[in-house]
Design a binder for this molecule. Sequence first.
Ligand SMILES: Nc1ncnc2c1ncn2[C@@H]1O[C@H](COP(=O)(O)OP(=O)(O)OP(=O)(O)O)[C@@H](O)[C@H]1O
Ligand SMILES: [Mg+2]
Length: 361
Amino acid sequence: MLLRRLLLRNHRNYAHLDISMEPGVNVFLGANGQGKTNLLESVAMLALSASPRARREVELVGPVAAASRIEAEVESSGRRMELVIALNVEGERARRTIEVDGARRRAVDLPGHFRVTLFWPDDLGLIKAGPDQRRRFLNQLLVQVQPGYARALSGLRRILEQRNSLLKRIAAGEAAADQLDVWNAELVRVGTEVVDARASAVNELAPEAARCHAEIGSGERLEIQYLGPPEDMAAAVHNSLAEDLRRGSTSIGPHRDDLRVLLGGQDARGYGSQGQQRTAVVSLKLAEADLVARRTGERPVLLLDDVLSELDLERRGALLRHVGGGGQVVITSVDVGPFPPDLIANASIWNVEAGQIKACG
Ligand SMILES: Nc1ncnc2c1ncn2[C@@H]1O[C@H](COP(=O)(O)OP(=O)(O)OP(=O)(O)O)[C@@H](O)[C@H]1O
Ligand SMILES: [Mg+2]
């Protein structure tokens, strides 16, 4: 997988950017607030359809117009493609238009054309933060490798909205309880699709994450377990009716899933030291890139945002050995400090300053 060329128009602090990227390691250096994360975010959007961090799409649009555009030339299995994500601000919201080779696509149909593994400082919360961050980890992986997953996920969101609003109307005496039957069936049907995909992804991730963790963490045992809905989801949904009506929301389903991370058999969140938790996160990310490569036959573009400075020498080494694996890598950092000299010698180096990027060797 290769990102050949990237054009940004009025995207965050980039008024106008046009860069052609090299296949190997690309290092983007710049002081705080110059646009390093914004750059990686735009590349990740080409893989995921949406920003992995912005809550509202209008945040992405720069100050010089009511529209922004991300355009890229990518190469997958030797085939070149042109991808476009355009945003047009309309009142409080932004309307998104997506094109692949000039043809309009729905947001759920973009992922899979261009694949990335993103690792940024927020990911250190994979262990510490709540379950939604771990669900997001699985979702961002699966939309890229499993056709139909993005569609199932967006279907699930719609089903939950409908079901929750019906629950409230039933509780208020404005609708009959048997109207739920169709939504219960949909929840179980689409939910099962999501659950099956997550369960098999975790099964695949587990051995590679464990291998990587044992290597960096001197033999310590990392286990990951998928915590999904009860096996008989239909019965569980049925039995939760009284509770759901009381809460006005759906208590059973993959929207409540989690991923349990265990170190030496103990819960990593409570038991792991800071360093052990970091090792576990690096291991999960490397396992993610590996799964993408195995399932698609092609390494994803590795996007590493300012993570080297957060890792000690051993963890940095493990990550960079992976980086040496041959795929394209985009790394940001405030300075060259954390990079081994031989990596810098073979990398393309870029300077990021106030929304402008210049090649410097
Ligand atoms: N929609 C927008 N329009 C214009 N500027 C924006 C927009 N959104 C964010 N910015 C600005 O972009 C600048 C660069 O942000 P970015 O997060 O990319 O910095 P960075 O180089 O990653 O910095 P750090 O090293 O601190 O992580 C910030 O000053 C931010 O305020
Ligand atoms: Mg940043």
